[in-house]
Write a protein that binds this ligand. Structure first.
Ligand code: ADP
Length: 471
């Protein structure tokens, strides 16, 4: 499709032009034609009426026998034929033409069906549209009689003058329509420009925003553009927010990746700076370096997991899974970690629950919660995992008797690299990405996480997600 056809300006212009001109065109096309026909008919009728009056006069005066009145009536016949640009001839009872206004056929006999028919009592009227003339006949009755026909008035009339008149009218109308077309075209250009001026301004302002010259747009001259401006500003604000958080994420990533490397460098430099350092010192420092390398790998691994989650978007390998079994396996795997600190782990299942989940991802999400419950716990504490469901949702809660999370930190713990106690997280081997990963996975399952925590007493993370996956 042509580009101009998609232009809103062109469409508005075309609609305005059509609305303005269509009625006029239809009017001239249909009403113009019927008006010409009506005009011809009324002119012929008028002529016919005059001729009929003349025929009555002829009948009264006894035209065919009274030669005195004949001359006066002949003049009237001539006059009438002249006025209507027609021809009249009068035939007597023997069909002989006694008067012809063209003086061509006088003395001749006219035995045309029209004349003969009129003698029998049927007057005729015929239109010859192609040759532009009309014909009619009228009876001339005998003096004082209403039945005896003594002659026939035969009249023809050219319709050329009417047609010429109507044609000139149509020409003038055509000229008027043409000038109207130009005027309407100019008007529709102006109107479309006026109507679309807010859209044009919107376009310019959006282009300015795209080039980075403005951070907000505002075209409030129409309700539609005002709504568009507001939606655009909201989108722009979101993009700016995303950009800011991306920048913050990149700077956090750089910082996090640099920390272990700095430690490794300090450890290596210390070793180098000590000549003849004992083997024990080497062993100790190298084991510290190895720990830092582990940390670096963990951060990279978590980052890759996050990137993969972002990249795969909504792609989940969803299967129906028994949640009781999934949690049992998960706790069995983490039991040694809890045992090391004397933490008691329990699983309470209110019922058997099967849910449509991505097993690998959901296991990772729930493992992070249980690992945190162990990591941020006190020695000899407890971790209580409960599983429940209603007709719609599955609920998994992980409760611990650990250090808890202060209220002001609670809204931030799901942010990437956010840590309440940096030193504690570091010593516990945390990367600050675990809860961000969990949050991403739960959201992908159309679920949500709730956190309740009292510092010094413990925390409870509750995950809720639909039993049937909603794509
Ligand atoms: P990390 O790798 O540091 O554990 P997370 O994203 O898993 O990162 O958690 C973010 C922060 O939230 C942790 O550093 C910790 O301070 C806090 N946190 C998470 N879970 C718990 C919990 N069960 N009890 C107390 N604090 C917690």
């Amino acid at each position: 499709m042509k580009k101009w056809f998609h232009s809103l300006r062109f469409r508005v212009m075309a609609v305005l032009l059509a609305v303005g001109l269509l009625p006029m065109l239809l009017q001239s096309r249909f009403i113009g034609r019927t008006s010409m026909e009506r005009h011809i008919r009324s002119r012929v009728q008028e002529y016919q009426y005059q001729c009929s009056a003349l025929a009555t006069q002829m009948s009264r005066a006894g035209y065919f026998s009274n030669t005195d009145s004949q001359a006066a009536l002949d003049r009237q016949i001539e006059l009438l034929a002249g006025i209507y640009s027609g021809r009249i001839f009068i035939a007597d009872q023997t069909c002989r033409i006694v008067k012809d206004t063209f003086a061509l056929d006088e003395g001749l006999y006219s035995v045309s069906p029209a004349v003969l028919g009129t003698f029998r009592g049927t007057s005729t009227l015929t239109y010859h549209n192609d040759e532009h003339y009309a014909l009619f006949t009228l009876p001339i009755y005998a003096q004082g009689s209403r039945d005896v026909i003594t002659g026939v008035l035969f009249a023809s009339m050219s319709t050329e003058t009417v047609i010429a008149f109507e044609q000139s009218l149509a020409n003038r109308q055509g000229l008027f329509l043409l000038s109207l077309l130009f005027a309407m075209a100019a008007l529709s250009i102006l109107m479309s420009r006026f109507l679309l001026s807010p859209v044009d301004r919107l376009k310019t302002e959006i282009a300015g925003a795209a080039e980075g010259n403005r951070t907000e747009i505002g075209v409030y001259t129409s309700t539609e553009t005002a709504e568009m401006s507001e939606s655009f500003n909201r989108t722009l604000a979101r993009l700016q927010q995303i950009d800011a958080s991306r920048q913050e994420f990149v700077s956090n990533v750089s910082h996090e990746l640099k920390t272990p490397i700095t430690s490794i460098r300090v450890l290596a430099d210390s070793l180098i700076s000590v000549p003849d350092a004992p083997v024990e010192m080497y062993r100790e420092f190298l084991s510290d370096i190895s720990e830092e390398i582990d940390r670096e790998s963990m951060i990279i691994e978590d980052l890759l997991t996050l990137v993969r989650l972002d990249k795969s978007g909504q792609e989940l390998t969803v299967e129906e899974k028994n949640m009781n079994e999934l949690l049992e396996t998960l706790l069995r795997r983490l039991k040694p970690l809890a045992k090391r600190r004397g933490i008691e782990m329990t699983l309470e299942c209110a019922r058997t629950v099967t849910a449509e989940i991505d097993e690998v991802k959901m296991t990772l999400a729930l493992s992070n919660l249980v690992e945190n419950a162990i990591k941020y716990n006190v020695d000899g504490g407890f971790v209580r995992v409960t599983l429940n469901a209603d007709h719609k949702f599955c609920y998994v809660s992980v409760q611990d008797s650990g250090v808890g999370i202060p209220e002001e930190d609670q809204p931030h713990v799901f942010e990437r690299f956010y840590r309440v106690d940096k030193a504690r997280s570091r010593s516990a081997g945390g990367t600050g990405l675990g809860l961000a990963i969990t949050d991403d996975i739960v959201r992908m399952h159309q679920g949500a996480i709730r956190l309740a925590s009292v510092p010094g007493e413990g925390s409870t993370f509750t995950v809720r997600f639909p039993l049937h996956y909603i794509a």
